[in-house]
Unconditional design. Structure first.
Length: 97
């Protein structure tokens, strides 16, 4: 899917029922609700869709990329990306399913 389609999917489902994904944390998958995003201004993204292309939650899409702005772990409170990354670091190259 294109970055625009993914962004609109997140917008359309926020806050309820919510778009979600799974990320691997300490070797096990964890469900994360995606509450807000914006289109990233990244030209010529050369990464597979779903791959973190930097340490700031910019995720490659089929075409283009999105930046995740607000997320929520299952059972946790909603956090902005910076606070989320403090507790759950996602290095560049992490694949988000």
């Amino acid at each position: 899917r294109s970055a625009t389609e993914v962004h609109n999917h997140i917008r359309g489902l926020s806050p309820f029922p919510g778009a979600w994904t799974e990320i691997e944390v300490n070797g096990k998958p964890e469900r994360v609700k995606l509450l807000a995003s914006h289109l990233a201004e990244k030209d010529g993204v050369l990464a597979a869709a779903g791959t973190a292309i930097d340490e700031h939650l910019t995720i490659a899409c089929g075409t283009g990329a999105i930046s995740l702005v607000r997320l929520q772990k299952a059972g946790g409170k909603a956090l902005n990306a910076e606070d989320f990354l403090r507790g759950t670091p996602l290095p560049k190259g992490t694949v988000i399913v």
